[in-house]
Write a protein that binds this ligand. Structure first.
Ligand code: ATR
Length: 271
């Protein structure tokens, strides 16, 4: 009976996750099938339950726009998934048991701090967006001890709700048009890059000292947001490729108990 894992989301056809897991599988000698399941919020609960009931099913990643829905489908959740209210990783354990976790924040922090050498402690950090991705990263970034952590969103009420949720960790909400004086680190946690759009955040949020990071990724490392931030003269711009690889490594460890080495998978695919 072969081991099976999957990615649920919409869209998923162009996901690079299968390639990353293939690298990990070759590296560790762990054989498994990885499937892409394109589904809507309506079809997701049935699709997840059907997959979980398949012989050999070990676990799954959940990507946008289903991370909040995935939270509700789990029978138990890790502390970081509870804190985020969003799930991007599940592990199946026995009959009807779906364990939910959130590795977005750990993957982002590992990429920023360990791979890119970008400090978070003592820095002014702006997170743009208030969906499932933003929820996953706010707590882990706050845990790194930034001097300020501001969340701003197109729908400002959603940013206010998130700030209230994470108030104990000192996170505050601000309008996109007036997020505050220039930040050391600006993180785009919206899905705007998928539509080749840039959130309408005030350009004054960025300065020549700002590091700009987009959770979205592309094969050439450029997104609408990184291009925009680069044109504004940011110190450096990064897409979310490294984060994708790092959160995949966390998932792999959760499914197989082995921590893959990420340097090889972080090499971008040849174009
Ligand atoms: P994810 O799991 O990626 O967070 P999501 O939960 O669907 O996906 O959330 C999408 C986020 O991107 C939201 O914060 C959304 O803003 P709204 O809450 O105002 O809808 C944001 N977003 C998407 N397209 C955007 C755009 N063109 N400009 C600004 N924000 C955008």
């Amino acid at each position: 009976m072969g081991v099976r894992c999957a990615l649920f989301g919409h869209p998923v056809a162009h996901s690079r996750s299968p390639r990353i897991y293939q690298t990990f599988a070759e590296q560790t000698g762990q054989a498994f099938d990885f499937e892409l399941v394109d589904c809507t919020a309506e079809s997701f609960p049935t699709a997840l339950a059907a997959f979980a009931a398949t012989p050999g099913a070990r676990g799954a990643n959940i990507t946008l726009p289903l991370k909040l829905d995935a939270y509700g489908q789990c029978s138990a959740r890790s502390a970081r998934a509870e804190a985020a209210g969003a799930v991007n990783l599940v592990r199946f354990e026995g009959h009807n048991s779906i364990l939910g976790d959130n590795t977005d924040g750990a993957g982002l922090v590992r990429d920023l701090r360990d791979n890119l050498g970008v400090p978070i402690a003592g820095q002014r950090v702006l997170v743009i967006g208030a969906g499932g991705a933003a929820r996953g990263i706010l707590g882990p970034i706050a845990d790194c001890g930034p001097a300020a952590l501001i969340v701003a969103n197109r729908d400002s009420a959603k940013a206010e709700l998130l700030a209230a949720r994470f108030a104990a960790q000192g996170i505050r909400a601000a309008p996109l048009a007036r997020p505050g004086a220039a930040f050391d680190l600006v993180i785009n946690a919206t899905s705007a890059s998928l539509d080749n759009k840039v959130p309408e955040v005030a350009p004054s949020a960025l300065s020549p000292d700002t590091v700009a990071y987009d959770l979205a990724y592309s094969d050439d490392g450029q997104t609408a947001f990184t291009r925009w931030a680069d044109a504004l003269g940011s110190a450096s711009v990064h897409d979310g490729w490294g984060m994708l690889v790092e959160q995949a490594a966390e998932s792999f460890e959760a499914w197989f108990g082995l921590r893959p080495e990420t340097a090889q998978a972080r090499d971008r695919p040849q174009q």
